[in-house]
Design a protein around this ligand. Sequence first.
Ligand SMILES: Cc1ncc(COP(=O)(O)O)c(C=O)c1O
Length: 433
Amino acid sequence: MSDNDTTAGTLRNGKEPRTINGRALKPSTLMMGHGYDPVLSEGSLKPPIFLTSTFAFPSAADGKRHFEGITGKRPGGADGLVYSRFNAPNQEILEDRLAIWDRAEDALSFSSGMTAICVLMLAYASQGDVIVHSGPLYAASEGFVAKVLARFGVRYVDFPAGATREEIDGVLARAKDLAAEHGGKVCMVYLESPGNPTNALVDVEAVRAAVDAAQLTCPIAIDNTFLGPLWQRPLEHGADIVVYSLTKYVGGHSDLVAGSIAGAKKWIDPVRSLRNTMGGICDPNTAWMLLRSLETVELRMQRAGENAAKVCEYLARHPKVEGLGYLGMIADQRQQDIYDRHCLGAGSTFSVFLAGGEAECFRFLDNLKIAKLAVSLGGTETLASHPASMTHLSVAEGRRAELGISDNLVRISIGIEDADDLIADFEQALEAV
Ligand SMILES: Cc1ncc(COP(=O)(O)O)c(C=O)c1O
C-alpha cells in the first residue's frame, strides 16, 4: 500500500514522515514506528497483538466496499481489514516494514518461507508452463518444482548458479521451446543467490538482460534469504520479486518460522489473491515477534558479518581446512565479479571444507562447545551442520556431487557471540578432528 494511504486499515498512519527536510529516513529508523499509530491503540507505544479472526464493519456499505476490493470487482484491493485469513494489523505493519528494506511497493507475509515459495509458484504456474530456475536451490524449493508442480503438468529447466549471459540465453531458448511444445509459457524465472549451502552466486543482472532479450513477460523471483535484507537488494539488479525465509536473519533468534515476498504491486497482487483463498498468512503473534526482530536486524547482521570475517580469517589459515565457501574470500574471478556488482556484504553463513570426509566432519561437529549442532541459519547463536547427511540428504548423490555438496563440507552460520570465543571453540574442535 502506498505511503500516504490513510484509509487502508485501522492502523494506517498517514502522518508519520518518511523524509525530514528532503532527507529520506533509513530503514533502521523506520523500523521503530512505520505503519503504526499509537493513537489508534489507546496510546500503546508498541502495537498490541490483535488476536481476532474477523473485523467489525462500520456499516453494511463499508462491508460491501471491502469485499468488492478483495474479490477484484473494484480495482485497488481491500481498503480495510475484513478477515484474518486475508490480512490483520500486525501482519500489515510487518509487511509495510518488510517492503522498506527492499525498496518494494508491496509485501506479503507467510507462515513459513516454504509457504511463501509454494504460494508464489502456484500463483504463476499453469498446466503446460515451464519454470526456469538456478541451481542449487534450497532442497524443499527444488522438490516442490520437480515433484509437486510436475504432477500438475508444470515442467522446469535449470541452470548452474554461476552461468554466463550466453548460457542463460541458451536455457531460456530451451525453456521457450519446451513450453511451446506443451501449449504453455515460461511462467517464472526463479533464482536463489547465494545458493544453499555452497554460496554460489547468480548473475541477476545477466538474467534480467536475458529475460528482456527473450521478450519474456514472466517475473524473475529470487530467494534472498542468505544475504537479505542487508547485504543484497536484488530488486535493484533487475529481479521483480524477492523471497525470504524470515525464519533466518530477519527473525534472527531461532524462535519462529515465517516467510515473505516483496515487489511491485502488479507482481504481488496475484499472490495475494491466492493467499486470500488458501490462507498461509503469518499469524499475529509471529508477526509481532518479527516487528521486534526488525528493530535490531541491521545491528545483528552487522555484528554477525564482522564475526564471520574474523572466524574465516582464522579458518583459512588452519592446516585441517582445505577451503572455504565464504563470500569474503572468493577464489573464482567470475563469482567475484558477480559479488562486486550485486552484494553489499559477505554475510555470515559459509561452508568449510575439512581435510577428510564425513568422519572428520562429525568429529568436528561433535566437539563444538559454543556453536550448536543444528540446521538453519541467521540466528543470534552460531550453528553448524553437515549438509550432505542432513539438509541435502534427499538430493540424489550425483546431483549433490554436481552442486559441490561434498562429504567434507560443514556449513556454519555465525552468530553475534564474541568472535574470539568462537575462534577458541573452532580451534579446540579442529584439534579433535
Ligand atoms: C534459502 C532458503 N530458502 C527457503 C527456506 C525455507 O524456509 P522456511 O524453513 O522458513 O520454510 C530455507 C530454509 O532453510 C532456506 O535456507
